[in-house]
Every structure is written in C-alpha cells, then in structure tokens.
Design a protein around this ligand. Structure first.
Ligand code: HEC
Length: 133
C-alpha cells in the first residue's frame, strides 16, 4: 500500500501539531530560564574559603577520619564532628584540636592550623542541614 505523503504531514488543524508546538515552546521557555537564571545559589550558601581549604588539607594529612566521622562517615573511636562547632562551640573544638585528650593524640598544631581546622568544621557544620532538623 502506498502512503500518501500529504496524509502523513503535520497539519495545522491536527491536535498533534498543537501538542508538539506546546511541547517545543515549553522546552524553549524552560531552557532559556535555566540558562539565564542558571542554578543560582542562595546568598547564605556556605563557602569553602582559603582557610577552610587549609583546614581540610590538615584534616586529611592527619587522618582525623580514622577516629572521627563527618556526615556519619569515618572511624568510631572519637565522636562524629559534623555539628561539633555549633553544639559545643568553636573555642571548645579549638582547645581539643590544639591539646588533644587522653584518648585523642596531641598533634602539636599551631594556633593558625587549629583555626583552619575549626574553619573547616564550620563549613561542614553549615552544610549539615539534615543533622539539624
Ligand atoms: C586516635 C583517635 C583520634 C584521632 C586520630 C583524632 N581524634 Fe579527635 N577525638 C578523639 C576522641 C576519642 C575524642 C573524644 C574526647 C575524649 O574522649 O577524649 C575526640 C574529640 C575531638 C573533638 C571534640 C569533639 C566533641 O564533640 O567533644 C574534636 C573537635 C576533635 N577530636 C578533632 C580532631 C581533629 C581535628 C583531628 C585530626 C587533626 C582528630 N580529632 C584526630 C580521638 C581522635
């Protein structure tokens, strides 16, 4: 059987034409929205600044994760530190980081290094929205 090409055409009167047009227009509107407003981040989005990045490097260098968890991942000898700074305060965290405890090693870190790790913990804390519900 021969197919008449005219019958197969998308006629303006057919519902297919209108549905396709609406879909194409919606796609274009949505896409232009995504590309112009982008995936804009909110004002109070946490920033991993230079000090916090240094803290993260120190965290990795000293393998703090062998005893501590962040977001529930890590060792279980020490407590989860995800929200330590907001629960117990940064002065407390800094003091323990600097001097260690009976069960936590003393790393001989400088004030500035302890500060950097604390900044990193602040960053982690600020992203821990599920812990604070
Ligand atoms: C050998 C295991 C171990 C390692 C490694 C370790 N810690 Fe700890 N840490 C502990 C233990 C255990 C505690 C709980 C305090 C105690 O009971 O003495 C603790 C407590 C803390 C606390 C206070 C937490 C709270 O909620 O009371 C902070 C902050 C902390 N550690 C940071 C660090 C950082 C930063 C590093 C890496 C530089 C690190 N720890 C490495 C074992 C460890």
């Amino acid at each position: 059987m021969m197919i008449n090409p005219a019958e197969n055409e998308l006629k303006k009167s057919s519902p297919k034409f209108w549905i396709s047009s609406i879909l194409i227009i919606s796609f274009l509107v949505y896409t232009s929205g995504v590309y112009t407003s982008g995936t804009a981040t909110s004002e109070n989005n946490p920033i991993l600044d230079a000090a916090a990045i240094e803290g993260k490097m120190l965290w990795q260098k000293h393998n703090c994760s062998s005893c501590h968890q962040l977001y529930g991942l890590g060792g279980f000898i020490g407590p989860d530190l995800t929200t330590t700074v907001s629960r117990k305060g940064d002065a407390y965290a800094r003091a323990i980081i600097l001097s260690g405890t009976k069960r936590m090693p003393h790393y001989g870190l400088t004030q500035q290094e302890a500060e950097a790790i604390t900044k990193f913990l602040f960053y982690v804390d600020s992203t821990a929205i599920h812990y604070k519900r």
